[in-house]
Design a protein around this ligand. Structure first.
Ligand code: NAG
Ligand code: NAG
Ligand code: NAG
Length: 260
């Protein structure tokens, strides 16, 4: 009788442990700002209370995610409602969240590799020259390699001789209220529309995206998109000056460079 009870309790104990159900999902890719459900569950859905830990290896060594303040307010478990469901939900993903996550029960472990993509600007090595007339608008293209990527720390800047301005997202100087992004619902399209161009807008423009990758090994790349914008006085004015200077003194003045 005692033997029988003992056996029963052993059997019960084994059943109570959680064997992880094996789905083949080992890698998950998300974009910055997205949420992710890292799946982990007991194959026996009747599993009662189960010892569970979730660790991340994003800094190279294991750390319990619930003790890691970087995840504060972004984690959710469901095992209080359904004990066999050990999945971890992480919201508002950051690029630094990328790494291996380990779900451990008393019996087993399961690793999932999470990739979190930020924006990497389309590679561009040359400065592009753009010529526009005063009063017109211009779109300076700047896009992430994946048009669904969400940039972080995007900046458009303006330079000309001894003059610098941030023009997006901070709008300063004479560009104020004349610039906006033309995203078209694609978060990775950072193209800038500048309207009502004046000769003062002539100069260099750069679009850059700075990743804040504190713990990521490997190279931190930062691509730039650079434009040189040349502003011509409008067409009629160019032609008139040209005729005038040529006729009067024969001096060659090239249009657009007569600004003081
Ligand atoms: C666990 O719970 C989450 C949230 O309710 C759900 O999306 C997921 O499908 C569940 N997983 C299993 C294996 O039931
Ligand atoms: C980005 O937006 C601009 C302006 O709407 C559009 O002309 C351009 O094609 C877009 N680029 C991509 C890669 O979708
Ligand atoms: C100057 O005028 C000519 C003819 O009147 C025109 O064809 C040309 O496009 C004009 N120049 C510019 C820069 O618009």
């Amino acid at each position: 009788m005692m033997k029988c009870l003992y056996l029963l309790s052993v059997v019960f104990h084994i059943v109570a442990g959680c064997a992880l159900s094996s789905d083949n999902l080992k890698e998950i890719t998300r974009h910055r700002g997205d949420s992710v459900l890292l799946p982990c569950s007991c194959s026996d859905l009747n599993t009662k209370h189960q010892k569970l830990t979730w660790k991340s290896y994003r800094t190279g060594h294991a750390e319990e995610v619930f003790n890691d303040k970087r995840y504060r307010g972004r984690l959710q478990l469901f095992n209080n409602i359904s004990p066999a469901n050990l999945s971890l939900f992480i919201s508002d993903l950051r690029v630094e969240d990328q790494g291996i996550y380990r779900c451990s029960t008393e019996k087993e472990i399961k690793d999932i590799k999470l990739y979190v993509k930020g924006c990497e600007l389309v590679k561009k090595t040359e400065v592009e020259h753009v010529t526009v007339f005063t009063g017109e608008s211009v779109v300076l293209p700047c896009v992430c390699t994946d048009i669904q990527d969400k940039p972080q720390g995007l900046k458009w800047e303006f330079y000309r001789i001894s003059h610098y301005e941030e023009i997006y997202p901070k709008q300063t100087g004479h560009h104020r209220n004349r610039v906006k992004l033309v995203t078209n619902n694609s978060p990775g399209n950072l193209s800038l529309l500048i309207s009502d161009l004046t000769e003062e807008d002539q100069g260099d423009y750069t679009c850059s995206e700075k990743e804040k990758l504190q713990h990521t090994q490997g190279k931190q790349r930062q691509h730039l998109h650079q434009y040189h914008l040349r502003i011509e006085p409008d067409a009629i004015y160019v032609n008139m000056t040209h005729i005038h200077t040529a006729g009067a003194a024969g001096i060659q003045i090239s249009a657009g460079e007569e600004n003081e």
